[in-house]
Design a protein around this ligand. Structure first.
Ligand code: CP
Length: 307
């Protein structure tokens, strides 16, 4: 039985297998429509979500399984003071697999100590969001056909943006990857990501505040929103909220085969006019999230001996 708490819980080979399974699901949807008959996924979301929760639920439904759960802590007994550990122990009596989002970093790890069903981290505070990374990897694979020889620009709130942290950890394992980290100095990538991943793996990276200067070199531009809910004061958020806005003009010197990604939700960091650019792939990215979560549910249930 395995959990998914962080991207690095999966080997490169296991990620390749998940991508291959997702590609087969995309090509042969009917083959998978009853794979999870009689199985239940619990989605425990102590923090808001649109894509992650609904794509998990759609994924399980398209596999023939069922879904139960809650979409905010206020509708669960957490609001009466029940601990995460007790909540997970109870839900384990009702479900075969659990996807959990929580504002506290490490909460999904605590959950794994209290259950005998697989737990998937669907985002924990500013720490990690591994299923978003699997979504991003499937998108990169479908757009580029490879995970190596890429220059990846990560732009926006790189301090609190957990999807950025997870994606860097994942991409550090491929060859000839260059990172261009575009952020205000106050919102740069946390030191542990630099020391334990970028520097430990000998990755080439630069930090800059100049998106337009970086643009011509990029194969992928991964935009992120400024994470308002993680700031200590509204004033700090307001200072940074319009730091980077991608518009049509800023793409003038971009590569013809640039892939523009964003984990979404978008606030104002990509203008809607960019949506018409064929290089904008963030809505396809959200759809890929459903397919890779289908592959992940099947895989974790198989590893757990449930399928
Ligand atoms: N990308 C992402 O995690 O979106 P949601 O917060 O809507 O789930």
């Amino acid at each position: 039985m395995r959990h998914l708490l962080d991207t690095t819980d999966l080997s490169v080979k296991e990620i390749d297998d998940l991508i291959a399974l997702a590609m087969d699901i995309i090509a042969n949807k009917d083959k998978y429509s009853s794979v999870c008959n009689g199985k239940k996924l619990a989605t425990l979301f102590f923090e808001p979500s649109t894509r992650t929760r609904l794509s998990f639920e759609a994924a399980m439904m398209e596999l023939g399984g069922n879904v139960l759960g809650f979409s905010e802590a206020g509708t669960s007994s957490a609001s009466k003071g029940e601990t995460v550990g007790d909540t997970i122990k109870i839900v384990s009596c009702y479900a075969d697999i659990i996807a959990m989002r929580h504002p506290l970093e490490g909460a999904p790890r605590v959950a794994t100590y209290k259950t005998d069903v697989p737990v998937i981290n669907a985002g924990d505070g500013g720490h990690s969001h591994p299923t978003q990374t699997l979504t991003d990897l499937l998108t990169i694979f479908r757009e580029k056909g490879r995970f190596d020889n890429l220059t990846i620009g990560l732009c926006g709130d790189l301090k609190f943006g957990r999807t950025v942290h997870s994606l860097i950890k994942a991409m550090c394992r491929y060859s000839n990857i260059k990172f261009v980290l575009i952020s205000p100095k106050e919102l740069s990538v946390p030191d542990y990501i630099k020391t334990d991943y970028l520097e430990e793996q000998g990755m080439e990276y630069i930090e800059t505040e100049d998106m337009e200067a970086a643009m011509p070199s990029l194969d992928i531009l991964y935009m992120t929103r400024i994470q308002r809910e993680r700031f200590f004061s509204e004033d700090e958020y307001l200072k940074h909220k319009d730091a980077f806005i991608l518009d049509v003009d800023k793409l003038e010197n971009a590569k013809a085969d640039l892939t523009i990604m964003h984990p979404l939700p978008r606030v104002n960091e990509i203008t809607t006019a960019v949506d018409e650019d064929p290089r904008a792939k963030y809505f396809e990215q959200a759809l890929n999230g459903k397919y890779i979560r289908m592959a992940l549910i099947i895989t974790l249930l198989k590893w757990g001996g449930v399928l």
